[in-house]
Design a protein around this ligand. Structure first.
Ligand code: FE2
Length: 354
């Protein structure tokens, strides 16, 4: 399977910022002092770099990071989790959506974060790893993220949880509050409130695996964010406060697009990067891995993603439930094996809130 492309192009980022901050085309053209013709070309996808820089300054975007995105000069390289974590990427019309499986390798207790549209591969991992899914955690209730929820409940019988500001219309579904904890053996999962894209949008911060992990739904994508026509400033503020304050080696599992790291997004996400970046030193990204360094290389490669390679150790424990105390995370492992990051490529995006 091909690697997952970066979710948004530079013109998607501009459109999201413009919509989010409520700046009309005419206003932006006037403020940035660009011609309507050049602006129309940029909106249509022509990377006029000087124009991008002018527009960025009036959209609270990093001009340098926006240019890097337009030139496809960076692609995130997340470190490998040898165990306890798998990513799934399922089709949804002309885009794809991510969901995740997290488990304690000793107790075999597992939690699913969002469902995507197809749980076939996820159930394969559950079966091969002999896991017991004890919780289904929902980042937000937009349809693409919970499309396979009925099938997942039927297959696992697990308890479903969403934020109390975004309860699911589902018999037996339960809600969690801000900063609650779920436990899976030695794995602790904290519910970080990152509302804006949706009222209850939650980032699940996972401690106890090889790397700190933030499964953030549509709060943050590699080089972009989920859209929000009405609460965009709030979303950016919450994402900056709750996600960008995590350890810099935190792996980011977004609702769309490839895995990334906080360090990479600090540098290359136009919404959060500084205005001026240091010169690119060849390969972008914080950790060595067998992935391309740029989106252009991703476009060009036909190399398949590497398959899951996980140990088989059956065992089961108690169901995870939220409480107010954290479990100390397990010691990090330094070994590295490939995670699951396969996806189908896509060429066009539908206009949507994500
Ligand atoms: Fe969404």
């Amino acid at each position: 399977m091909p690697l997952i492309p970066i979710e948004d192009n530079f013109n998607d980022v501009i459109a999201k910022a413009q919509r989010g901050y409520g700046i009309s085309d005419a206003e932006l053209v006037a403020r940035a002092e660009v011609s309507p013709e050049d602006f129309a070309a940029v909106k249509a996808g022509t990377p006029l770099l000087p124009v991008l820089r002018r527009l960025a300054r009036h959209l609270k975007l990093s001009p340098d990071a926006l240019v890097v995105l337009a030139k496809k000069e960076a692609y995130p390289r997340a470190p490998i989790f040898p165990r306890g974590f798998a990513m799934f990427n399922t089709p949804d019309d002309d885009i794809t959506v991510n969901n995740y499986l997290v488990w304690d390798p000793k107790t075999r207790e597992a939690a699913v974060v969002d469902t995507g549209t197809d749980i076939t591969d996820l159930l394969d991992v559950v079966k091969s790893q002999q896991l017991r899914v004890v919780a289904i955690l929902i980042t937000h209730s937009h349809s693409d993220h919970i499309a396979a929820l009925p099938a997942l409940i039927a297959a696992t019988g697990a308890q479903v949880w969403s934020h109390e500001r975004e309860p699911l219309d589902l018999p037996g579904a339960r809600t969690f509050a801000d900063n609650a904890y779920f436990h899976l053996g030695n794995i602790a999962i904290k519910t970080l409130p990152t509302p804006g894209h949706s009222p209850g949008q939650t980032t699940f911060y996972v401690q106890g695996l090889s790397w700190p992990l933030a499964l953030c739904g549509d709060s943050l994508f590699s080089a972009s964010v989920g859209g929000s026509p009405t609460r965009f400033a709030e979303q950016i503020k919450n994402t900056r406060a709750r996600i960008f304050s995590l350890p810099k080696d935190t792996v980011i599992g977004p609702g769309h697009g490839p895995l990334t790291t906080l360090a990479h997004e600090r540098q290359y996400n136009p919404f959060f990067a500084p205005d001026r970046l240091p010169p690119l030193a060849g390969k972008a990204g914080p950790a060595p891995a067998a992935t391309p360094a740029t989106q252009a290389e991703v476009d060009a490669t036909a190399a398949p993603a590497r398959a899951v390679d996980l140990p088989k150790r059956p065992r089961a424990g108690k169901a995870g439930r939220p409480d107010s105390k954290a479990t100390p995370p397990a010691k990090p492992s330094k070994s590295a094996k490939p995670g699951r990051d396969g996806a189908r490529a896509f060429k066009s995006r539908r206009n949507r809130s994500a």
